[in-house]
Ligand binder design. Sequence first.
Ligand code: AHR
Length: 624
Amino acid sequence: INLKVSSTGGNASSPLMYGLMFEDINHSGDGGIYAELINNRAFQGSRAFPSTLEPWVPVGNAVFALQNTSIPLSSALPTSINVAPGPLSSHAKIGLLNPGWWGIDVKPQKYTGSFWALGSYKGDFTVKLQSNLTDDVFASVEIPSSCQPGKWVEHKFELEPNLAASNINNTFVIEFEPGSGAVNFNLISLFPPTYKNRPNGNRPELMEALKALNPSFIRMPGGNNMSNETIGPLTQRPGRPGTWGYGNTDGLGLVEYLNWCTDLEVEPLLAVWAGMYLGSDADHILSAEALAPWVDDTLNELEFILGPVSTPYGALRASLGYPEPWALKYVEIGNEDNLYTNGSSTYAAYRFSMFYDAITAAYPNLKIISSTGDYTAVGGSGETATWTDFHTYSRPDTLVSMFDKFDHASREYKTLIGEYAIVQENLDGQLAGVNWDLPKFPQPVWIGAVSEAIWSIGAERNSDAVVGMSYAPGFQNLNSYNWSPDLISFTADVSQTVLSTSWHVINLFSNSRYTSTVPITSDSPLGPAYWVAGTSGEGKYTFKIAIYNATSSVPFNITFEGVAKGASGRLTVLSAPEGLSANMLDGEGVPTEVVAKREVELVAGSAGEFGFELENWEVAVFTT
Ligand code: AHR
């Protein structure tokens, strides 16, 4: 394949081209990136998920009861655990034990904890991190009780083990003397060190896995699982039924999401709920009347994020320690509102416009994104037009066949590819959609990642139409997940972060940005090799390629305008042994790595040409 790359004549590349999508699905928030180690720390309940004592275990002859005491910790957290001496009297300490979210990774580092207690206890509380299998106690501290009858009192502590535990089958324990009767506990919390030491922050190794993707934005908090009542002290967060089969504590709330963006240095792309529940049609759509308070709620949320301190919600933000507004530029109205017939029609008829009109009247500079994935519900055109969010879950052949989708897209609007992923195998050359009744891949596979690379190349070639893209979902808690495949898998063991095949492709492409696409003249059609070229200034080129279904090696001979004989370039190639290879945990629980990376330095020949060969199912970036 002979290619000539020009130095000018393309389109400016979108600065948002690669980003992240986060939704609390698969226990990716609670029990996941949100670093809280205590599972069911505040006995939060809802109609869907009533308060429970699970997974707390009594210590000694303690007897547990869930209680709504006459004096609650807060109206948001009315239920607490009553820990009382059991009927068999004993002088041994009693208490409560928590196994964490499928384990606790104990390391020689500082753990910061707290709990609220109600009772008349006057002795010491003993707080420990200990093994669940042996007598090993990794760290223990005595905390004098500050309990006062009739009043909830917070107790704070630190635990610092000297040694790492050999496995994650460890527990957190609070004990006390049984003599003075029962004690009620609530909001029992324990954090390891967090990314950038944020209080109430995120797991460092998972944040580093995201940072390595060089993302430009995070679309959050969904997806489907959007939330409210998530600001202020943790005592003021009631939690809520999540979309994905478990309750959400909402410890990971709006401020935490915005801090997350700050810490990763990415743009927040805030999704707001637009009146459609998941489910089939009519009963799941709010009427205009019922939707009005949600529009107000969104305006309050935006005032909290963007408003001056002279406004009520700006003042609330300042009172929480954030006098300066955040730099929010993008708001998406709803999620997949085209999913159902009534969803589509009501979105176009009133739901989109109710939000759009109210938001743009108050914040004319915000870029609004419609969630329909097509252009039917967006208003305006050109620079003032809303963007639209397109999602695709697909099979490799089908996604490759969509390579040129955006070649034909309207230039009046821009598209965000807010969710994409290969989730099922090819079907004998048929360009089939996903069959949602059949199993999906447990983890991303290599042929899927190659087809996603081609999809990304298609997006990059059209960066005047495609504003950016984010793989979804972002995380899979291997102990409990309801959606696969996912970009990054993990357990409570920080050494078990699995970076998927798709992660590797995004890592390569997102770290190989350029400022403008440039035209290419070719003597061969696209397929089985797919490419895009870009430049970041004189002599600085980036050329991305993916090979899909080639029957032999694919030789390239490329010249770049202005790059002469003797110039150097670097070829980085990703490959994997088989199309269905996947990164996962092996039998010993160690992350596997099927993606091989080779890097080759090349020198331009007498006509300034660079020559190299790629094999089937390879993904490569060449830079000069
Ligand atoms: O990413 C998983 C789910 O897929 C999201 O919640 C939803 O937007 C889509 O249907």
